[in-house]
Design a protein around this ligand. Structure first.
Ligand code: 13P
Length: 254
């Protein structure tokens, strides 16, 4: 972590929690942690809970994210949700290009770019996910894959458009497997991402952008991960589903 960047802990609930479960969780986590001044917490529930959570997610330091969106503003796209609809619901962020969307729903670097553009245009900040699969890591292609995904998503943006972008490094082999990248493994990829941002944009952007780590983040490993220079927070799946473990993550200390 670097004191110039505000740490961000994001809960990606994926396809978990009904409306009443989501509301109960958010009521208790706000009660348990109180307002937050030096860190930011983002909750990304299913679309079905966004409206209700907007009404109760009022505490300082907390904001709301969607897990996906379409890139068009409106139209005949049955089942899709537009960035404007999400902005209207009070979302500050949208997760874009999660590996589950890439692997299970055919997202490509190009659709990730279209979505990233649409989210920025609608006035929200994208959380752009990148990460290699195990075979790519074993072939020594991690840096190449991550650079390609970043360029695919972010090429052509102006520094002003980039100001609020968040990048999440999520090695696919670490997601939901209990196998976390070691802090050193994660740091080396985060440093590569920061260098790639410097090459694509400039020093100001390189130093400003927050890069989250995701993949089996737990209360037992968050402090060590966030102690690394270029790790500015976490994108958490499994351990964000229980109030007790998520509270410990929010209360990380380094
Ligand atoms: P887990 O924390 O369950 O490994 O999931 C990580 C993730 O995919 C967050 O987006």
């Amino acid at each position: 972590m670097n004191p110039d960047r505000r740490p961000l802990i994001a809960a990606n609930w994926k396809m978990h929690k009904t409306l009443s479960e989501a509301v109960a969780f958010v009521e208790s986590i706000q009660k348990e942690t109180g307002p937050l001044a030096d860190r930011e917490v983002v909750i990304a529930p299913a679309f079905t809970a966004l409206h209700a959570l907007r009404e109760i997610l009022r505490q300082k330091g907390y904001s709301l994210a969607a897990q996906n969106c379409h890139w068009e503003e409106k139209g005949a796209f049955t089942g899709e949700v537009s960035p404007a609809m999400l902005k209207d619901l009070g979302c500050a962020y949208v997760i874009v290009g999660h590996s589950e969307r890439r692997q299970l729903f055919g997202e490509t670097d190009e659709t990730v770019r279209l979505k990233t553009t649409a989210v920025i245009k609608a006035g929200m900040d994208p959380i752009v996910c990148v990460g290699e699969v195990l075979a790519e890591r074993e072939r020594g292609q991690t840096f190449e894959v991550v650079r390609r995904q970043l360029e695919g998503a972010l090429r052509g943006f102006s520094p002003a458009q980039m100001a609020g972008v968040v990048v999440a490094y999520e090695p696919v082999w670490a997601i939901g497997t209990g196998k976390t990248a070691t802090p050193a493994q994660a740091q080396e990829v985060h440093a590569c991402i920061r260098a790639a941002l410097a090459a694509l944009f400039d020093k100001t952007i390189e130093n400003k952008i927050r890069i989250l780590y995701g993949g089996s983040v737990k209360p037992s490993n968050i402090d060590a991960l966030l102690s690394e220079q270029d790790i500015d927070g976490a994108l958490v799946g499994g351990a964000s589903l229980e109030v007790g473990s998520f509270k410990s993550l929010v209360q990380f200390t380094i």
